[in-house]
Design a protein around this ligand. Sequence first.
Ligand code: GRG
Length: 391
Amino acid sequence: MRSSTTSHSAFDFKSYLSDRRDLVESKLDELLAQREPAILWESMRYSALGSGKRIRALLAISAYETIKRINSDTTQNDQQINPNSQSDRASSKSEIELQKFLAPVLPLSCAIEMVHAMSLIHDDLPCLDNDDVRRGKPTNHKAYGEAMALLAGDALLMRAVEVLICSRDIQQHIECNSILLDITRALATATGAEGMVGGQVFDLIYTGTGSSAAQSCASSAPDANLQSAGLNGSNNCQELNDHTGSQSHSKASAGDTSSTQLNESVIRKIHAGKTGALLRFSLWSGARLASANQLQLNAMDQFGDIVGLAFQITDDLLDVTGDVETLGKTPGKDQTANKATWVAVFGVDGAREKLQILEDEGKKLLKAEGLSNADGPILESLLEMAIHRHK
Ligand code: GRG
């Protein structure tokens, strides 16, 4: 695959990432401080803290910074430091300034990472993917038992909502409560039946998996199940959207469900919900928190679509080409479980070709929509990271 890594000599993406990852890690540690019942919080901390790539948190932060930078070009008063400058790291004073600048988006980023950690815990359970290794260590249910893993996931999900609606850093920053309401509603949509959960269900329906419960779901008249479960292409949030005027953040329910044959539209539907919805939400919510206008939000959403698909195709490829030490999870599981992946439909070369197309499309879009920053191409670099990662 042709590598088209962005080269902007003045921009130190490594420092950019590590500065922000450190902030996310310490905020997560604070928001998930150990309390009672001790075993529950320990189990939550076990899965939420540590070695994740934090790509969702970084997407929210970079979308927030991008919109702040663009808006500060016209309003001048918000941005005392250039958040994209590599001089962020130069002194402890600038680190404090960076922390201050990012204070509103850190709780949002942590809430997203909590939802993500919850999804990994539940995904690894014996009734779903039945995995033993995650982020290079035993999965939550291997360490704490199935009951505690289930409950730790539940608690992380609700802690995410609590963090979002109770954060003083967010409340002090936003001009009106509708921003927070929009973000909370969109998180629910991205996580629920029209997003991640719906995508997971499509995955069960279209795919054989390791677990007997999931297999019985896959083999039991999927189209009839889809109809009765209301997942037959209708938009369950439409009624709500009609009242709020806000937009849905998942495409899991879009498209034709009349065939269980593996094809591009099936793969896209599974991916858009299971993986894409939370990645799209990360970018969109960071921008919304920074008071992006509707055009900027639409562009960020389009970019989120590209990042989401690219991220998942890379994941599919890594499952074929990666090893357990680097990945921190068991490779080869997609093939064993006969999963619906991009590689299964288009092969390794087809997947690589598609990634190249998505990378070019994403960068073109950022330029065309004015979301690109020549001095600090953070969104371009995150797209590259999603595609060229090794784990
Ligand atoms: C109960 C609300 C609720 C949801 C559960 C289990 C489930 C529904 C959904 C599964 C979602 C899932 C785990 C999708 C896979 C997405 C994916 C590729 C995860 C790996 O993400 P990385 O590579 O992981 O960012 P790190 O470890 O780096 O954070």
